[in-house]
Design a protein around this ligand. Structure first.
Ligand code: GLP
Length: 251
């Protein structure tokens, strides 16, 4: 595990965007795993700038998003499909046929999940997965007590997550209570992972993920077992980490 500690959100976003850009430069047909939430928004903005400056090309890139709310259609403004299109895809030359996001309106959820897994495998697997982290340590929508062996599946959202994500909705009652999410096993099969965290409210989850026991109670702790994972955290998110110890252990 590598930990990159930066001063603020902007630096976190730039570092993350540079890593994604390098991935695309080195392998133009990269398969990217993408995340939503407020954390990666700055990274997407930076990537758009890098694209506009002519440094990267998305034409051959394939993407798989981590998750989607159950019951929200693509054109629903709160759906992750809408988020990805508005905040990122429409500003790039990505081929929308190479964009994959679970279908929150799928009639047969099991089939949707199996097909998603098959598509990831058929694409050759995820080269670089971008993650955020929930306050409760969730990654994707893998809530505490998830089974580590889970692949893409339907999840019931934690009360904490519903509360946290209600800021994007008119009222808490509008927040879907379930979602389709890549599982921990799917995430762990990615070749490389970067996890972004910003703000004091993520400090406990980040500390648990880095220093805590590896336990389904804190899903992100499983990342300690991944051979190529980098945390990019700002000062506030890193505030519970012992940075001296980390320098010795991880740098
Ligand atoms: C959501 C997403 C996660 C994201 C997390 C943190 O629940 N499913 O992928 O990492 O929230 O969100 P934020 O970045 O807004 O704090």
């Amino acid at each position: 595990m590598r930990i990159i500690c930066v001063d603020n959100y902007e630096q976190m976003s730039k570092k993350a965007a540079n890593i994604v850009a390098s991935q695309i430069i080195l392998k133009p047909n990269s398969v990217l795993g993408l995340a939503t939430g407020s954390t990666p928004l700055g990274m997407y903005k930076q990537l758009i700038k890098t694209y506009e400056a002519g440094h990267i090309d998305f034409q051959e890139v394939t993407t798989f998003n981590l998750d989607e709310y159950y019951g929200l259609s693509r054109d629903n403004k709160q759906s992750y499909y809408y988020y990805m299109y508005e905040n990122f895809f429409k500003h790039t030359n990505i081929d929308m046929r190479k964009v994959n996001i679970p279908n929150g309106m799928a009639k047969d959820i099991n089939e949707e999940c199996c097909e998603y897994e098959k598509k990831i495998r058929k694409s050759g697997g995820i080269d670089l997965q971008v993650l955020g982290i929930g306050r409760n340590g969730h990654i994707g929508f893998n809530e505490p007590d998830i089974k580590f062996e889970a692949t893409t599946h339907m999840v019931k959202l934690d009360e904490q997550t519903i509360k946290d994500n209600s800021r994007f909705f008119k009222s808490i009652d509008e927040v879907p209570t379930s979602a389709i999410s890549m599982g921990i096993k799917t995430i762990m099969q990615s070749r490389k992972i970067i996890l972004l965290a910003s703000g004091e409210e993520k400090a406990d989850a980040v500390n648990g993920a880095v220093n805590g026991k590896i336990t389904p109670e804190l899903p992100a702790s499983v990342l300690q077992l991944h051979p190529d994972v980098t945390f990019i955290v700002d000062k506030e998110a890193a505030s519970k980490l012992d940075l001296e110890k980390i320098k010795k252990d991880y740098c």
